[in-house]
Design a protein around this ligand. Structure first.
Ligand code: S3P
Ligand code: PEP
Length: 456
């Protein structure tokens, strides 16, 4: 059952006394998707520990199974026997990616060049999101595309008999587009080139190299990256331990900063520089975040974070930082609501095409909870109230609309933990797409969050 059919599960968060504890955040969503995909494609048996068992990632696993990979769970490990590069099977039914842009767009690249039909479907949120950004480069490789108006789902792809490699300059800052082109290149003879003017998360490049793909990355003096991948090579199974997701970490982290007398340690957090923009920004705002035991694990930087309540001050968040914190703006806007002075966030155009139009969803949610903010076409400014006085819902009717967007739901629940009045969200069921443990983990730290019954 997709989220379109699941009844909404409203929830409310109320002012909490203090958050205390030591937690381990579930695995990174980006790395988990790619672990299932590359393991499903490689020769041999890939073992994954720490995989995020959220709905988004599970849907990617089901898609890989539908295309021939064998996936099973043994104790804590996921064990995958891959089909071999170039050997995916035609799925018998449409692949349903639920709410997941990453699963859907990367798999379009992975299977698009194959000479058979593959149909992609998703929930109401995913069906509203633009797919042209991935379909355009696939068309250049010779892939036939059948889609609804405006390149929305459902989409059916059929690869050509002789796919051609392309050189593609990614027109927007998007790791999903970069990755889809590279994954398509895996099954195309010759060298596929991706030019990335603005660096985005680099998990695809790193992990493909780890699986043995012939891939090189060159960074120009101007920061422009050129990634070249030799197609039709062999991928070899790997052992993967997925580090904790910095995007999920953002919620208990901001909550601990905002709720007075809090002291929370978060273990095993991925600290890849393409993902740490939020931590940097919060530190600039005066956040007390201690980075403990920074280390390498499985080719990635990880660390433990000790977070204590802090008085925050508004800052300007530069546009060029957006790719390294793209999923964290909703919760940053919540942090800014409790900061002294104004926070201005720029370069936010990509927020309009996430699970919801996050710029507008955040601005509406802040407004109904008494926050003074301004929404621009690609920017947001927030004027905070350090004591949280007057913030929160003044009536039962002031319910944040979450639009099937997990990050909107979690961000506003965090807001309610430090506001004078409770904060209500119209749905919390969607949180299971990326962070099924969110409620238990937060309430375990002392957060007052109640799940209500469906409102009429
Ligand atoms: O490649 C990835 O794993 C992701 C890339 C980002 O999307 P875009 O590529 O659309 O920026 C991010 O928002 C998403 O949560 C995960
Ligand atoms: C944008 C997100 O994910 P996706 O694009 O995979 O749906 C997210 O998790 O915030």
């Amino acid at each position: 059952m997709g989220h379109a059919e699941i009844p909404l599960r409203p929830a409310s968060a109320s002012k909490s006394r203090s958050l205390k504890g030591d937690i381990r955040i579930p695995g990174d969503k980006s790395i988990s998707h790619r672990s299932f995909m590359f393991g499903g494609l490689a020769n041999g048996e890939t073992r994954i520990t720490g995989l995020l068992e959220g709905e988004d990632v599970i849907n990617t696993g089901k898609a890989m199974q539908a295309m021939g990979a064998s996936i099973r769970k043994e104790g804590d490990a996921w064990v995958i026997n891959g089909v071999g590069n170039g050997c995916l099977l035609a799925p018998e039914k449409p692949l349903d990616f639920g709410n997941a842009g990453t699963g859907c767009r990367l798999t379009m690249g992975l299977v698009g060049p194959y000479d058979f039909d593959t149909t992609f479907v998703g929930d109401a949120s995913l069906s509203r999101r633009p797919m042209g950004r991935v379909l355009d480069p696939l068309r250049l490789m010779g892939v036939q595309v059948r889609s609804e108006d405006g390149d929305r789902l459902p989409v059916t792809l059929h690869g050509p008999l002789a796919p051609a490699p392309i050189s593609y300059r990614v027109p927007m800052a998007s790791a999903q587009v970069k990755s889809a082109v590279l994954l398509a290149g895996l099954n195309v003879p010759g060298v596929t080139t991706v030019i990335e003017p603005v660096m985005t998360r680099d998990h695809t490049e790193k992990m493909l190299a780890g699986f043995g793909a012939q891939l090189e990355v060159e960074t120009g003096a101007d920061g422009v990256r050129t990634i070249r991948l030799e197609g039709r090579g062999t991928l070899t199974a790997q052992i993967i331990d997925v580090p904790g997701d910095p995007s999920s970490t953002a919620f208990p982290l901001v909550a601990a900063l905002l709720v007075p007398d809090s002291d929370v340690t978060i273990r095993n957090v991925l600290m890849n520089e393409t993902r740490t923009g939020l931590i940097l920004t919060l530190q600039e705002m005066g956040a007390n975040i201690e980075i403990i035991d920074p280390r390498q694990a499985g080719g990635e930087d990880v660390a433990d974070l000790r977070v204590r309540s802090s008085e925050l001050t508004g800052v300007n968040v530069p546009a060029d930082r957006a790719p390294s914190m793209i999923d964290e703006y909703p919760v940053l806007a919540v942090a800014a609501s409790f900061a002294e002075g104004e926070t201005v966030m720029t370069g936010l155009d990509e927020l309009r095409v996430k699970e919801s139009d996050r710029l507008s969803a955040v601005a509406r949610g802040l407004e109904i909870n008494g926050v003074d903010c301004t929404e621009g076409d690609d920017w947001l400014s927030v004027r905070g109230r350090p004591d949280g006085k007057g913030l929160g819902a003044r009536s039962e009717k002031a319910v944040v609309k979450t639009w099937l967007d997990h990050r909107i739901a979690m961000s506003f629940l965090v807001m309610g933990l430090a506001s004078e009045h409770p904060v209500h969200v119209d749905d919390s069921a969607i949180i299971a797409t990326s962070f099924p443990e969110f409620m238990d983990m937060m309430t375990g730290l002392g957060a007052r969050i109640d799940i209500g019954s469906a409102r009429g």
